[in-house]
Design a protein around this ligand. Sequence first.
Ligand SMILES: Cc1cc2nc3c(=O)[nH]c(=O)nc-3n(C[C@H](O)[C@H](O)[C@H](O)COP(=O)(O)OP(=O)(O)OC[C@H]3O[C@@H](n4cnc5c(N)ncnc54)[C@H](O)[C@@H]3O)c2cc1C
Length: 379
Amino acid sequence: MSTRFDVIVIGGGIAGCATAHYLARDGVSVALLEAGELNAFASGANAGSLHAQIPHDPFVHKGENWARAFTPAVQLFKASLDIWTGLEAELGADLEIGVGGGLLVGANDVEMRQIEAKARIERDAGLEIEMLDRAAIRERAPYLSTNAIGGAFCPSEGKANPLVVAPAFAAAARAHGAHIVSNAGEARVARTGDGYEAAAAGQLFAAPRLVIAAGIETGKLVESLGGSIEIQGFPIQANVTEPAEKFLPHLVYCAGEKLTMKQTRIGTVLIGGGWPAKLDARGRPVADPASLAANLAVAKSVVPAVGALQIVRTWAAIVNGTEDWLPILGELPGAPGAFINYVPWMGFTGGPAAALAIAKMVQGQRPDMGFDLAAFAPQ
Ligand SMILES: Cc1cc2nc3c(=O)[nH]c(=O)nc-3n(C[C@H](O)[C@H](O)[C@H](O)COP(=O)(O)OP(=O)(O)OC[C@H]3O[C@@H](n4cnc5c(N)ncnc54)[C@H](O)[C@@H]3O)c2cc1C
């Protein structure tokens, strides 16, 4: 005997919880199955940056053609940032959202030329980017080191607290009638005559439609349905300082090295940027002290004031990736009714818009996002 729903969602990170919310809000009966606790993986362990700019490091390494192919993702992030601004009202929760703008800092002429080239592509994609020279960046961000000779400012970027966002989506989904099962163990999915079955928590769930929102486990679930999808996972780490007086209103990046930095509402400074962590003997991500030292050295060289602060915590988690950095959103070829919701690298930022789009697709509607989602199709 199975319990029937309209849709089964696998995964209780931001992708799954937000999808369950938008489906339940539309009156769709939905069961979300999470192997462990909700928000226990990347969605609760990320650095809380709300990005829109094309990430600088892959831009430098992969080049302008890659960046142009990546612009649909910029449009997804832009659409998501619009949703983020109304998300606290939508979910009835304080998500500690702050939109102070993001500042990519250059320290030499080569970096400034790269920043300018990237900004041209971002503007073509409809993103607002302001180029700042030495005087302008000094005035905008007096906390920066005198090494900064200019940069690019994107006013729509910001931050939110990843510890509360997916749980707030889950709570709102529950309030709309979603059935959310955590600690269900790894759900196994199979096709049936009229849809899909998922075995989890000692029960059988059945539905005509399935959404796979399982982060780095997405590939495995797709394989169990006879499909194949290439995804990646990398252990990376992030750090947080003791609280300090407010001095950092922006999300700060550095063109020369991996860095993201922002100050939270309580004054702590979150320092990250995707520095590699290690895997322990059981394959679990653990912090790498060498990455910690290197990350902090970069942070201090860009924003000297952080040098006076104690780091109180460093943590590691697996970030989900794809080779081309593009999300995978849509119906799985050969498995009608099965959808993938997978946003790599910046899946916290893109989570709300991707989930809204998937919720519409699952209901047989064309998502009206203001741009074409074709670049993300699983095929
Ligand atoms: C250290 C770090 C910093 C980051 N910083 C940022 C940032 O600042 N900004 C940003 O936008 N993004 C950031 N990211 C990326 C972002 O966190 C992820 O892209 C996003 O959280 C992915 O969400 P998800 O819901 O797809 O996956 P996850 O959060 O990994 O959730 C997937 C869930 O599926 C469950 N699951 C898997 N298989 C099964 C199964 N068979 N049955 C039941 N449940 C299953 C897992 O238990 C898990 O809870 C960062 C990531 C890391 C690791």
